[in-house]
Write a protein that binds this ligand. Structure first.
Ligand code: ADP
Length: 730
């Protein structure tokens, strides 16, 4: 009744009255038990919950059995009821704690296991099973490492565990390295194993924990690798790192590369704080001195100066310094980095030199140099350019190119710029106008300037002043025109003269013939019948009329030269041959020795050329020396675009002062009594030579002989072509 919190006086004990205390959830269970044991009469024991009269839930343990009469009929039941509420609660708490413990073990990523004294698994969490390649923990129980690991490793573990069990000394954080066969990767773990004793102090096995440190290991290895690389990097770079304690003035550190740059060792820097300052070039020390103040203010410093190496070589260095100030703002330390920049400095100096050279070239250039930007505005002009335009450099800067052009040239200017922008610059002649309004004719060589992206940025022109040439050309053109006009006039006059000479000589022939005929008749009829004076006069008249006939004939021949213009290929040797045949008698009489060599085939007028040769040979015979055998030699030489002939004699010669005169018509050096002649022969020759676009002249030594030279135009090119054609034809 106490269990049920029932007041004994008022309680009516029967099955129904007890049932109502049973916890509603347990009633069915109880009824089943009751039914069963009323049938099979076997004693029962069970637990169930009750709700007491005071409303408390309790758990009771009931031990019950039926009471039978002699006929074997159930007359009642007898039972013992125990209040096991407290025990039950303890059990539940324990179960809860165990569950908590299990959860902890199961959720820890580390492998946790219990092994017996034979190293057989008694308990383990899932990571242990997974690691052993098993699907559940149950599969591990009773097994040993030999079932999962390679024999070698299992053996090692076994020995280790047996030692722990026997010695009672735990193994703590032992690093193990394994090679995972499945993933092919390395794995590291920290293994801890404790001996396990029961309450009585007997050794019952061990407890083990395996903590995976693979990630940490990999990170460590990577760090190690990075450190190694960093060390290599530090050793390989030429920069020098250094730190100086500014309180004690001691070099705290300096990289050993200092020896390479300065020639002084680390030790030398450590032992002599001032060394770094001592090696600075005396002329550059001021750079450092000026920076002390900046360092004190904590400002970063970057400077360049020269140092003198231990071997006295001078190098350029660049130093960057970071000062450190303490809380009070006092400079306590500087850290810096120094590098050798000698090569860079030399290159810079070389660049400066070459820039200077270019600047000089540009400034002293006798060509104008003119640069414009993409808007055609002047961005640079050299001195020469300014001189050409008569403007100052300042005045020209920023001015558009059109500013320097006359209105009618501006369109040409803009057309030219379009071509240049399209990359089609080049040479061109262009006319500008100078400050004083004069024309400036120029030869421009213009190129477009493009930036790296290929965008047009302007143009650069080299400008040559050709104004003088242009003016000269203009003058020349003018004088050429005048000359041509004069030539035309002259030609016209010549024609008229020739016409006059022709008409005159032709028309004179008729009255002359009449005079000659009548003089002859008169001579026949009256010769000897008149007085001696009259005979003499008659003789003069006959001689004069004969001479006049010759003169008129020569004049007529002269005026006819070139009238019969039929140019043809003639063999000059053949011509000479014909001439010699014509004057054979004269040659015979004079005993002249005439020779000729290499006479070419030329283009010319046959009749006129015969006349030319004839006149020269006849002159050579006529003006021969007495008592000296006459020798005449005729040669020809190829000269550029003409043939040069030479007719040489060993005659009386001509004084130099008469060289020109003798070629003028009717000019003679002798009287007719000395040498016969009309003074027309050489002028005849001159006219013939000029007809062949040639020249005639004489060279002579008086008393020794003369050489008459003349040229006949005959372009080599044509001859070569002719030769080639002939060759091909063959
Ligand atoms: P001509 O023979 O009728 O006098 P040319 O015109 O042939 O007229 O010659 C002009 C002059 O040149 C001659 O009078 C002579 O004085 C001079 N002369 C020409 N040929 C020779 C020569 N081979 N040697 C010397 N003098 C010459």
């Amino acid at each position: 009744l106490n269990i049920f919190d029932i007041d004994s006086a008022s309680f009516d004990l029967n099955f129904q009255s007890v049932v109502k205390f049973i916890h509603p959830e347990d009633i069915d269970h109880l009824k089943n038990i009751n039914k069963k044991y009323l049938q099979d009469h076997q004693p029962v024991a069970y637990e169930c919950r009750i709700v007491t009269a005071k409303g408390l839930t309790k758990t009771i343990f009931v031990h019950s059995k039926v009471v039978l009469n002699t006929h074997g009929e159930v007359t009642g039941t007898v039972g013992i009821v125990q209040d096991i509420t407290e025990r039950k609660q303890n059990e539940e708490r324990l179960a809860g704690e165990r569950e908590l413990f299990r959860l902890v073990i199961e959720n820890i990523p580390d492998q946790i296991y219990l092994k017996d004294t034979e190293s057989r698994f008694m308990l383990c969490n899932m990571p242990v099973a997974t690691n052993a390649g098993r699907a559940s923990q149950a599969e591990m129980i009773g097994k040993t490492d030999f079932d999962f690991l390679p024999a070698e490793i299992a053996k090692q573990c076994f020995a280790e565990e047996q030692h722990i069990i026997q010695s009672g000394i735990p193994l703590i954080n032992h690093e193990e390295h394994m090679h995972d066969k499945i993933t092919g990767k390395s794995r590291w773990s920290l293994s801890t194993k404790f001996p396990l004793r029961n309450n009585s102090g007997d050794m019952i096995g061990l407890i083990g924990i395996n903590h995976d440190i693979t990630k940490r290991k990999i990170a460590e290895r990577e760090l190690e690798e990075a450190n190694r690389e960093l060390t290599i990097l530090f050793n390989s770079i030429d920069e020098i790192f250094f730190s100086v304690d500014m309180v004690t003035f001691k070099v705290i550190q300096i990289s050993d590369t200092c020896e390479k740059l300065y020639g002084y060792t680390q030790a030398e820097f450590f032992s002599n704080y001032e060394l770094w300052f001592q090696i600075i070039h005396p002329e550059d020390k001021y750079i450092i001195e000026n920076e002390n103040e900046m360092m004190r203010r904590g400002e970063l410093i970057s400077n360049q100066y020269r140092i003198i190496r231990k071997d006295n070589n001078i190098r350029w260095v660049e130093t960057k310094i970071t000062p450190t100030l303490n809380k009070e703002g006092k400079l306590i330390r500087v850290d810096g980095l120094t590098r050798d920049i000698t090569d860079r400095k030399n290159a810079e100096a070389e660049l400066n030199n070459s820039e200077e050279r270019y600047r000089k070239i540009v400034e002293t250039s006798q060509e104008g140099i003119w640069m414009v930007d993409e808007n055609n505005k002047t961005v640079f002009v050299n001195k020469k350019m300014c001189e050409m335009f008569e403007y100052s450099q300042e005045h020209m800067m920023g001015k558009e190119i059109f500013y320097f052009m006359e209105d009618d040239w501006k369109q040409k200017g803009s057309d030219a710029m379009s071509l240049i922008v399209a990359g089609k610059g080049g040479k061109m002649e262009f006319r500008f106008i100078t400050k004083s309004g004069l024309y400036l004719w120029t030869n421009l060589s213009v190129n477009a300037v493009f930036n790296d992206a290929g965008i047009y940025k302007g143009a650069l022109a080299m400008v040559t002043d050709i104004t003088k040439r242009k003016n000269d050309e203009e003058l020349l053109q003018k004088s050429q025109l005048t000359l041509e006009k004069k030539n035309l006039e002259l030609e016209q006059k010549n024609k008229e003269l020739e016409q006059f000479a022709y008409v005159a000589s032709h028309d004179l022939q008729e009255p002359l013939r009449t005079i000659t005929s009548f003089v002859q008749i008169f001579k026949q009829q009256y010769s000897g019948k008149l007085d001696s004076k009259s005979d003499k006069y008659l003789k003069y008249i006959v001689q004069a009329s004969d001479r006049m006939r010759v003169l008129i004939k020569d004049l007529l021949d002269f005026s006819r030269i070139g009238h019969n213009k039929d140019i043809e290929q003639v063999d000059s040797a053949q011509i000479l041959h014909d001439v010699m045949a014509d004057i054979n008698k004269i040659i015979q009489d004079s005993h002249a020795d005439i020779s000729a060599e290499h006479l070419p085939v030329i283009n010319g007028y046959t009749t006129e050329l015969k006349q030319l040769f004839k006149n020269l040979v006849l002159n050579a015979i006529k003006f021969r020396k007495q008592n000296v055998p006459l020798k005449i030699n005729i040669t020809a030489r190829r000269k550029n675009d003409h043939w040069q002939f030479a007719v040489t004699d060993n005659g009386i010669g001509i004084d130099e002062q008469h060289y020109d005169r003798i070629f003028v018509i009717f000019q003679r050096l002798h009287t007719r009594s000395e040498y016969q002649g009309s003074g027309i022969g050489l002028s005849h020759c001159k006219k013939i030579v000029e007809l062949h676009h040639g020249k005639i002249w004489v060279q002579s030594t008086p008393g020794e002989g003369s050489t008459f030279y003349f040229t006949i135009h005959s372009p080599k090119q044509k001859i070569n072509e002719a030769e080639i054609k002939m060759h091909n034809a063959n």
